[in-house]
Design a protein. Sequence first.
Lengths: 785, 388
Amino acid sequence: MPEFRAPIALILTAALFCFSVLIGNHAIAQVMPGALPQPAAEEETVTPPPSPNDVRELMRLLSDQSMIEWLRAQSQETAESAGETDASESFRREFAERVTQIRQRLADLAVSWRNLPAAPAFLAESWRAQMTADQTLRSITYVLIFLVVGGGLEWLYRQYVQAALMRVELRQRDTLWGRVRAALMRAILLLGGLAVFSIGAIGAFLSFDWPPFVESVVLNILIVFITIRSATTLSMFVLAPRVAALRLVPMSSRLARPLHAWIVVLASIATIAFAVSDIFDHLAGETDAVGATLAVDVAAGMLCTLLTIAAIWHIARILRTAPEPDLRSGKPRRPFWPGFLTVIVVAAFALSVLDAASLMWSVLIIGLVIPVMRILNALVDHLFDQAEGRDPPAARPRASALSAAAVTGEDQAAGQEEPPAVPTPEAADDMENEDDEIVGPFELYRPVARRLARFVVLISAIFALLYAWEGNILTLSESQTITGRFVAILADILAAVLIADLVWVWAKSAIDRRLANYVPPQGSEAPGPEARMATLLPILRVTLLVFLIVIVAMTVLASLGINIGPLLAGAGVIGIAIGFGAQALVRDIVSGIFFLIDDAFRIGEYIEIGELRGTVESMSIRSLRVRHHLGAVHTIPFGELKSLTNYSRDWVIMRLEFRVPFDTDIKLVKMIVKKIGAEMLEHEGYGDSIIQTLKSQGVRRMEEFNMVVGVKFMCKPGAQWLMRRDAYQKLRDAFESNGISFAQRNVTVEVKGDGPLDEDARKAIAGAVQPAIEATQPGVVPDEP
Amino acid sequence: MKRNLRMISGAVLFAFLTCHLLNVAFGLISVDAVEAARPFLTAPWTIPPIAQLLSISMLVHALLGLEAIYHRNTLRMSGYDQVQLISGLLIVPLLASHVVGIIGAKQLFQFDPDYHNILGFFWLDAPGEGLRQVVVVIVAWLHGSIGMFSWLRLKASWDRLSLFIYPLVVAVPVLALVGFVDAGNEVIAERQAAAAAQSAETAPAPDYTDEELQALEAAIAERQQEIQSNLDFLSDVMWTIIGVYAVLVAITFLARGIRLYRAHRNTVSVRYRNGPDFSTRAGASMLEIARLNDVPHANLCRGRGRCGTCRIRVLASDPPLPEPGKVEAATLKRLGLGPDIRLACQIVPEPGSLLVERLVEADIVPGDLHTRETKVDDHEEAAENVHA
């Protein structure tokens, strides 16, 4: 659907330009309220100047302090009393003025119509009075020469950039950035040519001195040329009527070419019409008694209007006979928009004839807002489709290569028919399927971009309206007219709502996207950090919504003139109260968010917080629940967490040691450990978790009665306990089968003499060494969880 | 021979045009400067041997141009060719009044007009003529520079040369035209000052008797009549030239139409390898057929058989193509190309069918001719990439 209206509205934009230029001369001065003639002028009477004595007396009185106070009070009173009647008064006056203006205009039109047969003679006469036939011919010569200067310089410019331009147009780009760069480069090169042309033509013109009227005529003609060329270049850049691959708007060549032609025609006619009426205004504006210039203006306006309507219907007919590929809505088209646009154009023309410029602008702007918004939407969608690489695949490379060669290759015949890049219905179906399945990297920004486009359009429309009604936006707040103030308030409110809407859509789409990506943990799987995000994000969304609504409400109230100071103060007090009360809670929540951002722990991980240890069982918005391996459950508010040790991250190293007698063969031990390490790698329970398998570290230290042999392994967190158990068991079995015994803790008692010891003596000895045995008790090894 | 003749006569005319324009460009300084430069820039062209050479060149070039139009198979051509053809046709009618006026002034009035007179004439007495001069400068310069381009851009040194030639191509006419405007403004100011001085002085009426006065008036009238008859004669000469030229052009186009009507009765079907496939009227050269059917073809010399960039490989032809002509054979030999390779601009396929393959990328630029001489040949893959 959007593609349908795009071209028509483009034409209308060109038409808007032509109305603006035609109205420009007479209307603006009358539109601006400041420039309105004041009736007070009639009451002035001529008075003789005061005598020097009176002046001195007045000065004395004015320097008196009490006098100043009194005057000030008086003036305030009068201002207040005047303010009450001012609103209705000014509105009535404004209305009356406009009615008078229109009546005056109608009278002028009648005069102009009566004198229509005399108008050409009058204009020719005024022309001759300013400029002889010779001068006219000379002016044409001048214009021709300046155009040649500009054209020659542009040709020179083109010779130097031709290769670059051709490279840009011929090469096909796949990445978004590449395309953007190519489009920018193309724009710069094309506009550079235009700039060179303008500089050449205007520069040559400026380097001579001219009689004033010749100057205005020659300059007008040059400006006409440059404007037409600018419009053509811009239209060329956007529509690329010959090369489908370079086109920035979603449009087939069948449509782009007539559209380009219409834009060029409309721009030319409008510019020429403007130049003609401008020249005649200069020529005869002062002495015009027969309304000839008015007749010229109306005729030019009518020509533009008729052409615009013709363009609208021509494009509409093309669209009817061969609908554009329209992928986003299958709605049947009704010929509504051409009729609507025609009505708008005609109404605008009628209003411009009646000299109601503000009304004309309002009609045009309001009428165009929706079509323009739809165009922009379509454009945004097109750009995003391109960025996602979802263009219609049909015949693209061929079209671009062949026809690009045709356009820039200077020796090639112009006007080739490249196969239009219209996707087949199957391709369209594919794309719709893709819409559901594939989500590109830029998809997130699509709604935001759409809103942004809408925002820009609406804001521009508002500013344009304000400009049409008030002349100057900056002085609007001091404006005295009631409509001015009303429009200003409306603009404030709309701007606030639109900005809030933009922010909201961006945030909402970002949050929704994030939530849509979150997959809840299945079965026994431990939830990741997203789980907490999934609880936090909806809260964030609601908070943002409330915040935005409050802000918008405040702005609306403020622009309506309601004092929001007390409201803010009240909200502030309540906020402080709640803030004090909920200080700890807020701290918990905020620090929870930051622990989350740090990714300090996840559910199922074994952590240590100060004295407390355990597995993270669950998290709430405020606190963390940790279960000790012996079953106790700790609940810790996030705010209390100072530092946190996580035992379940990435890897752990476990070092084991055991004691063997001094006569043990260390090489053999090493070999056994190596073999066991290899066995453990094969283990189906924890084999996958091993990062570095069991390996011997040799003798770690010597003790009084034995050697301490160290082994270590590195594995994923959680597997270390099982592995330790298994490693000890396997080592013991292997040592036993290899005849290596573990060193036993023993106390050797040397007994002098060689007789056998009796029972008592043994007991006595055992009792004597008891302290020695107890002194070397091994420390407590921490339990496993 | 014909080609060389056209080129040489064109070069002579172009040289004259350049000198003449450079002379006018001195108008940027003053009218006197233009006048001072005349003996060095414009006057040499009026000395007998050179003057005759110039006239003959003019005649030869115009006739050869008409002959070329007669041989054109299609009028659908590249932008440059179109401009060259139209501007060529326009030069004679536009220039006739200027040439006839200057030569006539010398022959009939024994009056050698200097730039004060001429510029005054163009800017004040007949501004229409002045406008026509500006147009003819543009048209002739376009025609001349396109011709020089077609010739020079095949030279090995073009890449370096073009850096200087491009600015010159723009600078000469721009300076001439701006000089024309500046000198014109000076002349206008002079005349206005003179007119003001005259009206201020109000010359005292000399004491003439009635008879004397009558005789004086009669003499003036006679003189004016004489001038008028001379002017009429000049105007007749001019219109005769334009008329004859128009008839010649009409005859050329008519003859061309008859020739094409005869040749076009049959069709030839052409198939491009990895390219389009169409049938078209016979009688045109392969290059023209390609252009008529929107097949991009490299052709740096624009169908003059010099560059060899339009070469195609003829894979099958029924009936067989005629042997290469002299120009084509020379170019093929210079480039060392095999027997199945031909120049598209030179072969005119007979009614029948043809299977061909383009060998050079359509977007080749002159620089590639000399820097990538070897690479041009293996562009088959590149061409395939372009048209795949």
